[in-house]
Design a protein around this ligand. Structure first.
Ligand code: NAD
Length: 308
């Protein structure tokens, strides 16, 4: 199988490229990434010289480039996105042009090339917040920040290409990932580095917002399962039931690096900050996938990565 992985120099994309090249001997991977502030070619160190792998610096909004690259592959996995909620609140434009417009460009190219699979990588944030219980794939979308709204738009657009043109689309909606190669603007890497350096740890609001956490290796396995076994036209939630408040996460990091509770400072909450996300994962478990890392095991590995 030849796969185009977009956003391959970012956090999850790069982990997925490493994963594919490690798991499948007989695979070709083309990594496409615009190398925005969030992407780093270093994330692909170790596979840049692999003859089965090619890195292309470029933008998913570049129709000519994308059409050319997609014409040579069997499958597209679209990670490329503006991914930071706080930045989307400051300005939504790149979120709309990349997350929605870029996805459309890729979908058009995939349709022209008649690919066997188009895996759209999405997020639990498209459902909005849930105070009790879990969201299933059939629940309505209710995104509550500009980032989530652009991701929801891309999901709908991708699904519409399946219904309208028969493009073999599958969508995954995953909870919060953590692990190696994540940009230091995100909560866990930022707090590990700040806690270890003795700096303050600015927690939004009262720290009670709940997120469900998945170690990135478990997500890569889930995406692989959906890429190969997922049913066309279906959405799969990917979650772990490992729910933690932001304060729990902060305290676990402080413990792991021998920091002090006094480093915690509570700061003004993010506007429209969703209180809790939680996913029903019965559908992907029906494909035989289960998470294998607990939050604590994943955090220990992640702390080692950022402090070494
Ligand atoms: P990231 O910000 O680390 O990586 C995104 C990558 O996309 C970067 O390398 C960036 O350079 C690239 N990119 C941005 N705009 C581009 C463009 N126009 N053309 C080509 N490349 C471009 O993000 P991530 O955390 O790895 O997330 C990857 C995907 O997974 C995103 O679609 C995100 O919505 C989704 N997701 C992330 C999480 C999470 O917890 N991180 C959870 C669920 C879903």
């Amino acid at each position: 199988m030849d796969v185009l992985v977009t956003g391959a120099a970012g956090f999850i994309g790069s982990n997925f490229v490493h994963y594919l090249l490690r798991e499948y001997e007989d695979i070709g991977v083309v990594s496409l990434d615009a190398l925005t502030y969030a992407g780093s070619k270093e994330n692909l160190n170790g596979v840049l010289d692999d003859p089965r792998h090619e890195f292309v610096e470029g933008d998913i909004r570049n129709r000519e480039l994308v059409t050319d690259l997609v014409s040579d592959v069997d499958a597209v996995v679209n990670f490329a996105a503006e991914s930071h909620v706080d930045r989307s609140i400051e300005g939504a434009e790149p979120f709309v042009t990349t997350n929605v417009g870029g996805t459309q460009t890729l979908l058009d190219a995939a349709r022209d090339a008649d690919v066997d699979r188009f895996l759209q990588i999405s997020t639990d944030e498209v459902y909005g917040q849930i105070l009790d219980g879990t969201f299933s794939e059939a629940d309505a979308l209710n995104p509550r920040n500009p980032y989530a709204a652009t991701k929801a738009s891309a999901d709908l657009l991708a699904m519409s290409y399946e219904t309208t043109y028969g493009l073999p689309v599958v969508v995954t909606r995953t909870c919060n990932n953590f692990g190696p190669r994540q940009h230091s603007e995100k909560l866990i890497p930022k707090f590990i580095q700040r806690a270890a350096a003795g700096d303050d740890l600015p927690v939004y609001g009262d720290g009670s917002n709940v997120r469900e956490w998945i170690y990135v290796e478990d997500n890569c396995r889930a995406l692989d399962v959906v890429l190969h076994e997922g049913e066309v036209g279906e959405v799969y939630n990917v979650g772990t039931a490992e729910e933690r408040t932001n304060l729990d996460v902060t305290e676990a990091i402080i413990d792991a690096v021998d920091g002090s509770e006094e480093q915690i400072s509570f700061v003004e909450d993010r506007p429209g900050h969703d209180q809790r996300y939680a996913l029903d994962t019965a559908k992907i478990k029906g494909l035989g996938w289960e998470p294998t890392w607990t939050f604590e095991e994943g955090l220990a590995r992640t702390v080692d990565y950022y402090t070494e």
